[in-house]
Design a protein around this ligand. Sequence first.
Ligand SMILES: *Cc1c(COP(=O)(O)O)cnc(C)c1O
Length: 218
Amino acid sequence: MSISQNLKAISAELPADVTLIAVSKTKPDSAIEEAYQVGHRDFGENKVQELVAKQERLPKDIRWHMIGHLQRNKVKYIADFVSLIHGVDSLRLLAEINKRAGQAERVIDCLLQIHIAEEDTKFGLDPEELREILEGDPANNFPNVRIRGLMGMATFTDDKQQVKREFDRLKSLFDQWKEQSAAFDILSMGMSGDYNIAVDSGSTMVRIGSSIFGARNT
Ligand SMILES: *Cc1c(COP(=O)(O)O)cnc(C)c1O
């Protein structure tokens, strides 16, 4: 199937209120253009250099999502244009995003990345670290960032019950903090292999790469 057919099939499967981020990392401009042609505007990249290069070359109404691990010294390269930063995993990174967003005269939307996988290879905050950040009054201290919600990645496993358990845990953390944070409206969870489970658990945003663009070589 073609990229546009894949997009159509996946969009048809998703509830209307779930946003689909097409993860275009490692893929050429032509692949993004094909999705753009059929009206898709939200794309995700995980490397700053690649994100910046693609943003410069491709249409300016694309909403770019930084979904990968972001180093503080690279925030300045994307602060002018990034639409949503999914992987914020420290207060120091949040402070840097706030500073660069201020210089760019913007408010940048961010998600806090939570470590939900039972394996411990992935980045992210634990519930206690999340509490420390949110109880530190970020809305006041960081006026140029808006924390819109949470993001997480489940363990890469065939055990669907484990994946479901991990997504459910993230959803309940999201619900718990949503009561106190008016701006909380995005729960980013679900990739090609597990987005159906994530949607079942209450995801509002899925990040799908290989099921749209085909397998990656790298
Ligand atoms: C690569 C990536 C995805 C998409 O992965 P697929 O399995 O190709 O759908 C989603 N989220 C993050 C953070 C990624 O790095």
